[in-house]
Ligand binder design. Structure first.
Ligand SMILES: [Zn+2]
Length: 345
């Protein structure tokens, strides 16, 4: 047996020079030590251009604590953890905001200064009814529900925290590896579906048939994607292109409702600017996918980007930028809805 053991087996941990031969899912715990790519079991070999600083089958405690030490997943964990915290902050501000949820409202809420822009909002702010936390008023005093916006925030938070936790824990065992990468892919599908909810709900609030058609179509696609990606075989590194294309296809289907909105509200400045931000969102996700699939820059200089600067970290940053651009687009559409005349007027 090639694996050399340098210490006797204790109840939970052995010291080994490498992790080879642990592909069977053997629950051996390896002493805390960073390893090279060639010393990993097959199930942990994902990117041959990242040569070193791998964790392999550490105890759960050491794996969790490794969030605070340097290895080749540290920045993958933190890029999405910071993104998650930004969305938590936005959720808290949105839940507390009772008058305006559009761009002005969110940023006023974030700065702690709340303003009222019309007399009926002032009345509404003084009304202690709990409904003020679940809906907003348009300029005619009619309720505009908050929940589609909160669905998007929940989807973004779910995706980002699943990703962060997956990068932290997937190296713990073969079982964890299979479970967490599938959770990560399910989280991405969920975020894509959730991203559709708010803009479509608000933009098509006067066209309930199309609202139902678009929302049910993307929910169905998302469900199909989750079921497909739950298959363990599709978690394998060689299906990287398939996964990226599946997510891009789901995201690209947004072009159809976007063109429809443009047709319905041609000439409305908020709609134009919002669609500009949606284009920025699409470009950001697409650029992220290009890095994810191509493995640039580590492909150009293998081993040089192990800790910082490799493609997956760049992909994560583009995902957060894309989600934030989508936030601005959605808030602009909420502003548009709040300031638009009622349906049929
Ligand atoms: Zn990731």
């Amino acid at each position: 047996m090639r694996r050399r053991r340098t210490a006797r087996k204790s109840s939970t941990m052995v010291t080994v020079i490498d992790c080879k031969g642990l592909d069977s899912g053997e629950e051996t715990r390896i002493v805390r030590r960073l390893m090279k790519f060639e010393d990993l079991p097959e199930y942990l070999k994902d990117n041959e251009f990242i040569h070193n600083h791998y964790r392999c089958q550490w105890s759960l405690k050491h794996t969790i604590l490794s969030a605070f030490s340097w290895h080749n997943e540290t920045l993958n964990i933190w890029t999405h953890l910071i993104g998650f915290l930004i969305f938590v902050w936005m959720t808290v501000v949105s839940l507390l905001e009772t008058t305006e949820l559009g761009l002005a409202g969110l940023f006023n809420g974030m700065s702690g200064a709340r303003i009222c822009v019309s007399s009926n909002q002032t009345v509404f702010q003084h009304d202690s009814n709990v409904t003020q936390h679940i809906s907003l008023l348009n300029t005619k005093g009619e309720a505009v529900p908050k929940w589609p916006w909160l669905v998007f925030l929940a989807g973004a938070m779910g995706c980002l925290i699943c990703s962060s936790v997956s990068h932290l824990l997937a190296c713990h065992s073969k079982r964890f590896n299979l479970f967490f990468w599938r959770l990560d892919y399910a989280g991405i599908s969920l975020m894509i579906v959730a991203s559709f909810f708010a803009p479509i709900y608000y933009a098509f609030s006067c066209h309930p048939f199309f609202r139902f058609l678009y929302l049910s179509s993307i929910s169905f696609l998302g469900l199909l994607a989750i079921i497909t990606l739950l298959s363990p075989a599709l978690s394998a590194p060689r299906f990287r292109h398939f996964r990226a294309n599946l997510f891009l296809a789901m995201g690209s289907s947004a072009v159809i409702p976007a063109l429809h909105v443009l047709f319905l509200y041609w000439g409305h400045p908020n709609v134009f600017i919002a669609l500009g931000y949606e284009v920025a969102t699409g470009i950001s996700y697409a650029l992220g996918a290009v890095f994810y699939v191509s493995r640039v820059p580590e492909r150009w200089k293998p081993g040089a980007f192990d800790i910082a600067g490799h493609s997956h970290q760049i992909f994560h940053v583009f995902v957060v930028f894309g989600a934030l651009a989508h936030c601005v687009a959605t808030l602009l559409i909420i502003d548009f809805r709040r300031t638009s005349p009622s349906c049929g007027v």
